[in-house]
Design a protein around this ligand. Structure first.
Ligand code: NAP
Length: 422
């Protein structure tokens, strides 16, 4: 029976769902040997380093990933970076198909004055900092100020604002990085503004995220009722379902009784960032609003306005995405997930997206190449394979157990490799 070899670059949700779709399409005529290659010593992509630590349920999808990885025709090559000695072209030569699933790791920028001041950063840096990504442990966000501002009205902005505004002891039972819990416990931030450039009817939050805000036990959440009433009027009699559920959820918050906690998360609408103020670090932000310019004094600005893909040599990019037609890039090269369609959708969106690309791959495959695999190309001795990853995974879970955490994450690459016995 023909065995086709497939390389998947990137061990995030899109990569795993592509592997799953391939596994599900095996039959008497074809099977797949899948090699998943990942730059970090750990797999799971945004499920490990993006999803907010106070959302553990979303992370249970990792069980699906581990089931996919348990297949005898699946191999993990983590701690292996594509570029330089090991190129996409090499993979294309060896494998029947190569699937790029590297996501979008770079934060988009506002392009306004002051954006490069110390204390102005992207959620693309801040989120992996609190999630123990090895490359972001040292970003030291300034938390010694009273007020922080988060720009953007999407779920990433919401995650960042919530992480800054909740009582940090609530993170003790989560897998938040130890350094982040320690820093947040010392934080002087008591006011967090989350700002949208358009009205509430255009917010990109999803309603479950809005509905959970009133459940925060130690944080006031403030939405101005006038803002929501005006948005409801503008949205008219038949708003789209998602818009209506968002406006309903925001109205509940706007109408709820005022709580008197020490920490407050404020929503601002129709606030377009104009300039970040400060001489060598952030001291404030100026917005243009329908009522004229508004200045908010703050010491931290986190921009959460979308992402773009980081380029890999040998892959064509445009507008922050891999150039592709329905997932086909060139020859035997394909793309799935955020690198393909841009940074949109929840984790599950990647399942149907990857399945559609796998359909195209199936229609393109002819006969197997039998040209070898990545193991002949590797000079790096510290490859984290599936069994090494399992050791790391089990060690982190065991270390978290006595602390009441789902896991205690190792931070540096060296620590991770040590846990894996390398
Ligand atoms: P997003 O949902 O696309 O939101 C981006 C936000 O940035 C929008 O409100 C957009 O406003 C704003 N924006 C863009 N350019 C701007 C500018 N120049 N100035 C001011 N605001 C600007 O992106 P995201 O929050 O990064 O999330 C990415 C995807 O991951 C989304 O599909 C999201 O739902 C998903 N996600 C899900 C969860 C969850 O399920 N809990 C958690 C995190 C992320 P405009 O509309 O005005 O352009």
């Amino acid at each position: 029976m023909p065995i086709f070899t497939i390389a998947i670059v990137g061990a995030g949700p899109a990569g795993y769902f592509a592997a799953q779709a391939l596994q599900n399409s095996q039959n008497e005529e074809r099977t797949f040997a899948i090699d998943m290659i990942e730059r970090l010593p750990t797999p799971w992509g945004l499920v490990r380093s993006g999803v907010a630590p106070d959302h553990p349920k979303i992370k249970t999808v990792s069980k699906v990933f581990e089931k996919i990885a348990a297949d005898s025709n699946f191999r993990l090559f983590a701690n292996v970076e594509i570029g330089g000695d090991l190129s996409i072209a090499h993979l294309q030569e060896k494998y029947d198909a190569v699937i790029v699933a590297t996501g979008s790791a770079l934060g988009k920028t506002l392009g306004i004055p002051g954006e490069n001041l110390a204390g102005s950063m992207s959620a693309a840096d801040f989120v992996p900092w609190y999630n123990a990504h090895p490359d972001y442990a040292d970003i030291n966000p300034p938390l010694d100020c009273e007020t922080a501002v988060v720009i953007g009205a999407g779920n990433v902005a919401m995650d960042v604002a919530r992480m800054l505004a909740l009582e940090p002891s609530e993170l003790d039972t989560t897998d938040t990085a130890d350094h982040a819990i320690a820093a947040l416990k010392k934080s002087a931030i008591r006011n967090v503004y989350i700002s949208a450039r358009r009205g509430p009817e255009y917010a990109a939050f999803t309603s479950p995220e809005l509905r959970e805000l009133p459940k925060l036990e130690h944080t006031n959440v403030v939405i101005k009722k006038d803002d929501i009433d005006a948005a409801i009027a503008r949205a008219g009699d038949a708003p789209e379902k998602d818009v209506k559920s968002n406006l309903d959820a925001m109205l509940v918050i706007a109408e709820s009784e005022k709580s008197m906690h020490e920490r407050t998360m404020h929503f601002l609408f129709q606030h377009t960032p104009k300039e970040i103020l400060g001489s060598d670090h952030v001291e404030g932000i100026v917005y243009s609003t329908p009522d004229g310019d508004v200045t908010i004094k703050c010491g931290l600005v986190v921009t959460a306005i979308g992402y773009q893909a980081v380029s890999i040599e040998g892959v064509p990019y445009e507008n922050g995405k891999v150039i592709n037609i329905d997932g086909r890039v060139k020859e035997n090269l394909y793309v799935v997930g955020w690198a393909k369609r841009g940074p949109s959708g929840v984790i599950g969106t990647n399942k149907s997206d990857a399945a559609a690309v796998v359909e195209l791959i199936l229609s393109d495959l002819q006969s197997p190449k039998s040209a070898g695999d990545i193991s002949q190309l590797l000079t790096n001795q510290n490859v984290v394979d599936q069994s090494t990853w399992q050791k790391i995974n089990e060690a982190e879970i065991a270390a978290g157990e006595s602390l009441g955490k789902p896991r205690k994450k190792a931070i540096t690459r060296a620590e991770l490799l040590h846990l894996g016995g390398l």
